[in-house]
Each structure stands twice: as C-alpha cells, then as structure tokens.
Design a protein around this ligand. Sequence first.
Ligand code: LLP
Length: 419
Amino acid sequence: MKEHFKIEDGHLLIGGVDTVKLAEKYGTPLYVTDEKRIRERARKFKRAFPSAELLYAAKANWNISILRIMAEEGFGADVFSDGELYAALLAGIQKEKILFNGNSKSPRELKMALEADVKISIDSEDELITLAEMADKEIEVSFRVNPNISVKTHPKIATGLRESKFGIPAEEATSIYEKAIRLDNIRPIGIHCHIGSQILDISPYRETIERMMDLVAKLTEIGIDIKFVDVGGGLGISYSGEKERRPSDLASLILPIFERRCEEIGIKPILVLEPGRYLVADSTILLTRVNAVKKAYKNFVAVDAGFNIFIRPAMYEAYHEIAIANKMNEEAEETYTVVGPICETGDILGRDRKLPKVKRGDLLAIFDTGAYGFSMSSQYNGRPRPAEILVNDGSDEVIRYGEEYSDLIVKMNLPARLM
Ligand code: LLP
C-alpha cells in the first residue's frame, strides 16, 4: 500500500478519510481521489523538468476539479477532443499551454481549436489541408510524427509503432513540413510524438529523443524554426509492485540528449511532455460493495462496479490491487475472482485474488483507478455512473455527482408516433 493510505481499526483510509464512512455517506460504487497525492506527483514532475512545458494528458481524467488542480500546479493540457478542450478551458488552463492532439479531428473540432486559439498537433496531410482551408489568420502548429519505436507495454497502448494509426511516418516528416511552410497561413513551430503508455522500461525514450532531434536537425536545415519538441507522455506506474521509474529518471535519460542535440543544432526549443497516468493513477480508489459471494467453478465475489465504470481489467487484462476496505487487518485466506454486474463473462475486475474471507456487504477497494478509470466509463447495461469524491487531509467533497436514472435517458427522444 502506498503512503497516502492508512489503516485504522481495520478500515482503509485515503487522504485521512475512512473509506467505510465514505461508502455509507455517498453510496457505492464510488471513486475517491486524494488531492494531495496528485499535487505531490505533479510537483515531482515539475522538479524533474523545471524548464520543460508540462501538459497534463486530460484523457486520463478530465474531471474539471482535477484539471483545475493541474492548472494550479502550473500544468497545461494535452487535449484529444473538443470535449476535453472545453473542460480544460473551463478549468482555467491557459490557452497558450494547450495542445490539441488527435488522429482524426473533425472540422468542428478544428474550428473550436482555432477559435480558442490553442496550438494544434497535426496528424495527417489531410488535416493540414482542412486546417489551411479553415484558418483565417496565421496559425502555429506542430506535427505528430510516428517515430517507429517499440515499447514494452500492452499492444493496445503502444502508439509509436510504424503500424499504429498515429502520426506521420518519420520518413515523410520533412516533406509535410515543407508543404506546410508553402501555405501562407500555417506556421510549423513544433514537433510531437507519443510512443505509448504505461512504460516502465524507459530506455526507448533515448532512441525516441534521438530520432526526434534528427528530424529537428533536418527541419532546421530547411529553415523551420522549431520552438518546441514534444515527446508525449507514457511514464508508467506500479500496479502490482513493479519498480516504478521516477520523473527524475526520465529527466536524466532525456535531458542530456536533448540539451546536447539542441546545442549541436544551435537552437533553443522548449521540451514538452504530456504525462497523464503518472500524475493521477494512484491518487484514486474505486469503492465497490459486495452483493454476493458464490461458490461455483470458482469463488466469485460479485460487486456493484462493473466494466462500464472501470474497463481497464477487461480491456487490457490490467492488474489492479484489490483489498477489503473494512477488513484491512485480516489475513488473506481464500482465492476469489471479483466480478461486476455487467451481463458479460469478461466483466472481471480481479482474477484469483487472495483475500480475507469475503462476505456479502463487505466493501472492496480497487486501487490505482485515477487514470483511465472514470474517464473511460459508460452507461452500458443501463447503469448510472457513480459519484467522484475528492479527499484532502480529512475532508471530502463531491467533484461529480452520481448519475440518476433520469441521466440515463435525458438525451433520448420518443418520437410522437411512438407515444
Ligand atoms: N499524449 C498523447 C498524445 C497520448 O495519446 C497519451 C495517451 C498521453 C499523452 C498520456 O499518456 P500517459 O502518460 O497517460 O501514459 N486507456 C489506456 C491508456 C491510453 C493512453 C492513450 N494515450 C489505459 O487505460 O491504459
């Protein structure tokens, strides 16, 4: 268990608040986030990269309170959709510190980015053309390049491989910049890549920054003034006791190469990073109540949180630690498979977990759910999404109210002939 958790009277505490009480007060399932933990992680990143521009990857968790905390910590935002841009601006993230990413931006999204006056990272030649047709003044852009780098992570979240859908192949990068400078309303000032997510072996960043700087050298030769080099996010966290690499480890790897290459080329661009998971993942637990314990082919523990609100185990076979929040001092005795209430066999939150004896009514805590947890939730199976609570040094506040049944149908329409 990490430092921001405590145990008192056999109960799990987060941010100084008893999870059993939280579950009673707000109901379950319930996402609970420790504000202090997010700030600590954000500051670690800042300290490691004091002169870099840090853009929080909003997709990890774009609750506006979380975005607001990031803004207060001096972060900008990497947004991947119009909705994320909307939320980031609302949360007070400065427009100068927002980069609009995305491999398939719609004209509507591009228009919004132009109106909001944020930087855009272009992902294809077609996007360049659409943008040039739309822009009525000169706009500053970067291009997302696919550096063809392999990282050890789940294949669904390795984004920098040649075969992935993201970015412009590195070999074609120079020619797209050349096309861009011929357009009188497009000014390329940056270069961007993102090699993947949940990266614990950080060595591929070395090759990544080298390849990016090779390109920067070529771009400088053809007269392009590169003002920022964005190497994306990806720093992983420890979900099951793996050794976590710190932002300072990443900095020791990237910065010397970046600085040396900049000096060789004779330019002074800003380094940009886009961490998401590292900042928010371990700040949050998902509390879920046991509805039934069933001895069948396996010992099943059926809880009230399903993959609609937490999809990582089902989607990436991700491991998330699970504990009985009201029995923290009891010894693990039996092996259980924790399943949700969704009508699919794959709705498994944890396989074959050793836990103290589980009983109906127990409260489970699923750890490290702050990144790509709530942000990937849905109402599948007609399940209202749960509340999100922010705890801080013993206090607890709602940062998103739990949905009601009416939220399930609020945007539905019954045509008159069906009435
Ligand atoms: N920048 C770009 C352009 C990205 O596509 C991503 C994540 C990030 C930054 C942030 O990466 P992070 O630091 O969070 O690793 N839903 C998956 C993760 C998808 C990540 C997609 N891109 C999961 O739950 O593991």
